[in-house]
Write a protein that binds this ligand. Structure first.
Ligand SMILES: Cc1cc2nc3c(=O)[nH]c(=O)nc-3n(C[C@H](O)[C@H](O)[C@H](O)COP(=O)(O)OP(=O)(O)OC[C@H]3O[C@@H](n4cnc5c(N)ncnc54)[C@H](O)[C@@H]3O)c2cc1C
Length: 417
């Protein structure tokens, strides 16, 4: 089979690349290993007509979208045009220690510590360093534990493995939305007009000749160019065999930006056990157990999302679904009392680190490796092009992945036209 471009992966990046190539009149084939499109944008029904996002859930948008188009979020307009229920995230934050809310003075001390951490990161990065975040912040502070838990989800790595510069340069998302039917469903709906060959895992890419020769589990195909949108986890694990192998500079960029671990447990309750004004963001920690970062009852769906990050998240993935479910329910009971246990419905536990098509949640620079963000998106030999969240300005996001696909498709168009 012969075409202009082969796109590997039908997540947000692969689908947007396909749509852009279509606009430019360039022929392409999208090959996707999984049985579905969307990749890390994926919603499952946790209760009848109640949706839980296993991957992206928050439609973020940057504050300067007018200056940087690649920070705007096209899925917000798509959702609005589809008449989807979409709500701005404007919930309060709550902090609970040893089963009780922090008092006013404790909240002030906690907020001050979080600000000091941000300031320490800023001044270290502005002085030209790129150390591990754990080397910069005060780890002895009483509020270090919740800060570390929260950052392990956001980074998503433990702070000794997270580059301060990478964190500092993350695009700041000022506005965030949730959509009732799920971000994953939205992406799947938006991408449904793209023709994709599903269950078509790419095994090897031979780029030694003029054309690129791609071998999949369903046969071989040739194209002038290739756009890879697979995660850095897949590339680092060499699940796709490149011949000749990718140059050292590209492998160093992939290995300097390994996948982090963020997992979630969605717990549905058969009724509203939280009470009025309880919706929002909670951080719960204690002297006895690992803390959690929790979103309660957004959009009045009676669903609680419990987030875990870093090594703890990897460990919990190894413990299995029941252990993760119990961890989540225990934390929710700590916030709302033991009676909530009687109304626990179904739960969904993610396992992104062992997900065969992602091998992690999203990429995060190792200390000293932030500069690899520049190299990662670069094309090779005008034949191999790279998109996907890790290559985006708004890395680690779905809209970032979208814009990376557009960027890669335009690079290809320049070569082919
Ligand atoms: C737990 C979690 C929470 C998140 N929360 C948010 C959030 O709230 N907001 C936000 O904006 N972003 C969030 N993200 C990030 C967002 O989901 C991703 O950045 C985005 O979906 C990645 O899109 P992508 O196209 O780059 O990669 P993917 O969606 O991973 O697409 C790559 C595709 O390649 C396919 N593939 C892999 N190997 C092969 C192969 N050998 N052959 C063929 N196909 C292959 C995969 O199956 C996959 O479909 C979250 C991610 C996770 C995991």
């Amino acid at each position: 089979m012969q075409t202009d471009v082969i796109i590997i992966g039908a997540g947000a990046a692969g689908l947007s690349a396909a749509k852009e190539l279509s606009k430019q009149g360039i022929s392409f084939i999208v090959v996707e290993a999984s049985h579905r499109i969307g990749g890390r944008a994926y919603s499952e029904e946790i209760a009848p007509d109640v949706w839980f996002d296993l991957g992206c859930a928050y439609l973020d948008a940057g504050p300067e979208a007018k200056n940087h188009i690649d920070e705007s979020n096209p899925f917000v307009d798509f959702a609005k045009n589809q008449g989807a229920v979409i709500e701005e995230y404007r919930y309060d934050a709550h902090y609970n220690y040893n089963g009780r809310p922090l008092d006013e003075n404790e909240v002030k001390a906690q907020e001050q510590y979080y600000q000091e951490c941000e300031e320490a990161i800023r001044s270290s990065v502005e002085s030209g360093d790129d150390c591990a975040i754990s080397e910069i912040i005060d780890l002895e502070n009483p509020f270090a534990t919740p800060y570390i838990d929260m950052m392990a989800v956001t980074a998503p790595k433990d702070l000794d493995e997270a580059s301060a510069a990478d964190f500092f340069h993350k695009v700041e998302e000022h506005i965030s939305f949730n959509t009732l039917r799920g971000y994953g469903n939205l992406v799947a709906q938006w991408g449904s007009d793209v023709r994709v060959s599903l269950n078509t895992k790419v095994e090897s890419v031979d780029w030694s000749e003029k054309d690129v020769h791609v071998k999949t589990v369903k046969g071989s195909m040739r194209a002038r160019c290739l756009i890879s949108t697979v995660s850095n986890g897949i590339l680092a694990a060499r699940h796709i065999h490149f011949k000749p192998r990718l140059p050292d500079w590209k492998m160093q960029a992939i290995e300097g930006l390994p996948m982090g671990a963020e997992n979630k447990i969605g717990v549905h309750f058969t009724k509203d056990v939280f009470g009025p004004d309880a919706s929002g963001y909670y951080q719960s920690w204690s002297s006895a157990a690992h803390g959690a970062y929790i979103d309660v009852n957004l959009l009045s769906t009676n669903v609680v999302s419990v987030f875990m990050g870093g090594r703890f998240s990897i460990w919990m993935e190894q413990q299995g679904q029941q252990a993760a479910h119990e961890f989540a329910v225990d934390h929710i009971a700590e916030l709302f009392g033991n009676d909530i246990r009687q109304s626990v419905g179904r739960s969904i536990v993610t396992a992104w680190v062992t997900d065969p098509w992602a091998l992690g949640s999203y990429a995060c620079a190792l200390p000293g490796q932030f500069h690899q963000r520049e190299s990662l998106p670069l094309a090779i030999d005008n034949k191999l092009f790279f998109a996907g969240e890790a290559t985006a300005r708004a890395n680690g996001t779905c809209h970032g992945a979208y814009w990376s696909g557009i960027r890669a498709a335009r690079e290809v168009a320049e070569v082919l036209n």
